[in-house]
Ligand binder design. Structure first.
Ligand code: 6XA
Ligand code: ZN
Length: 343
């Protein structure tokens, strides 16, 4: 299968992130993508290609125009005020405050357009966001063109980004934009399977009222895990989307025996849905040694995930999301892909 990778991701290298009340080195860092690409090349998965360059038209099909415009201007506005380090939100329009006024100051806009302080901007961040989106759309075009599967080696990731907000290292929801592009280019029904350790709250929000895109998430229980405020079992969709959202929250310590059972159930939902194409939000922070996560999957489990997805027998787009155990990130992510190919 082809892998799409953009060098532009290297410019998105934050100085620090806020974790446990301290500023710590970023977990979401350039070496993640480098190690996955190296593993793709090491196993001979297929060619690693630069993506085509896409406009924001496809992104605008699921993201708010004002939000996309903000992403393009954020760093310059931040730097224009004399700031040199990571642009981070500090104030949010929570309950009791107004969010009907679109702010014009960069400090207010950072909070207005984010869910947390986990999406920091650097000078090269916007170019990385666009490169990541280019990878997702170019890989989607491959799948739409008849290829059984393609891998979008996206960085920064996207599944926490909602229609009008960033967060959790995510800015544009690559998998959601790709799913919409597939809907607009021949696929009547698209299933998104999010296997990242964290609930893809942005993906759920984007498609929650829609019945043409099924969203299945297997993730850390929001009662104890980020993003905390979405991802419960009772969230099944609304309106035309009722029944087209399925959450499988699982407790700390989950191993492949129970995680795999949830995967089987989600795949059953995808089969019953009659998806024409499957988009996989491929995060590997389910790994037992992931530094910020609490599941217990082993490297031997990832090929099993790919093999189970392959049994769906549908064209499949893999979109890279999270995973922070950098020594094994390539083995684990590419293990899903070689497992999918039956290698
Ligand atoms: N700092 C909060 C944790 C961000 C989670 C990022 C991630 O891996 N999401 O899938
Ligand atoms: Zn994650």
């Amino acid at each position: 299968m082809k892998t799409f990778y953009s060098e532009a991701h290297r410019g998105h290298a934050g100085h620090f992130e806020l974790a446990g009340g301290r500023l710590v080195p970023c977990f979401e860092k350039p070496v993640r993508a480098e190690y996955v690409r190296a593993r793709v090349e090491e196993v001979g998965l297929g060619p690693v290609l630069a993506p085509k360059s896409w406009s924001l038209d496809a992104a605008a099909r699921v993201h708010d125009a004002g939000y996309l415009d903000f992403l393009g201007r954020a760093w310059d506005m931040w730097a224009a005020e004399g700031n040199h380090t990571t642009a981070l939100a500090m104030t949010w329009p929570v309950r009791g405050l107004r969010n009907d006024i679109v702010p014009t100051s960069i400090e207010a806009m950072l909070g207005y357009y984010s869910m947390d302080a986990g999406a920091g901007f650097m000078p090269g961040t916007y170019a990385a966001i666009r490169g990541s989106l280019d990878c997702a759309l170019t890989a989607a075009e491959c799948v739409a063109g008849g290829e059984a599967a393609a891998f979008a080696l996206c960085r920064p990731p996207g599944h926490h980004a909602g229609s009008a907000f960033m967060g959790g290292y995510c800015f544009i929801n690559n998998a959601s934009v790709a799913a919409q592009w597939l809907r607009d280019n021949g696929a009547a029904r698209v299933a998104i399977l999010d296997v990242d350790y964290h609930h893809g709250n942005g993906t759920q929000e984007i498609f929650y009222a829609r019945g043409d895109v099924l969203v299945c998430n297997i993730h850390g229980d929001p009662n104890t895990e980020y993003p905390f405020f979405l991802g419960h079992v009772d969230e099944t969709g609304t309106g035309a989307g009722e029944g087209a959202n399925a959450n499988y929250p699982l407790p700390f310590g989950t191993d492949f025996e129970s995680w795999g059972a949830a995967l089987d159930h989600a795949c059953g939902r995808i089969e019953a849905f009659g998806a024409d194409v499957v988009v996989v939000s491929l995060g590997v922070d389910t790994f037992e040694r992931d530094p910020i996560s609490h599941f217990k999957l082993t490297s031997a489990d990832y090929p099993k995930i790919g093999a189970r997805i392959a049994k769906l027998g549908r064209p499949t787009l893999f979109v890279f999301e999270g995973g922070y155990a950098v020594d094994e990130i390539g083995i684990n992510a590419v293990g899903v892909l070689t497992g999918f190919e039956g290698r």
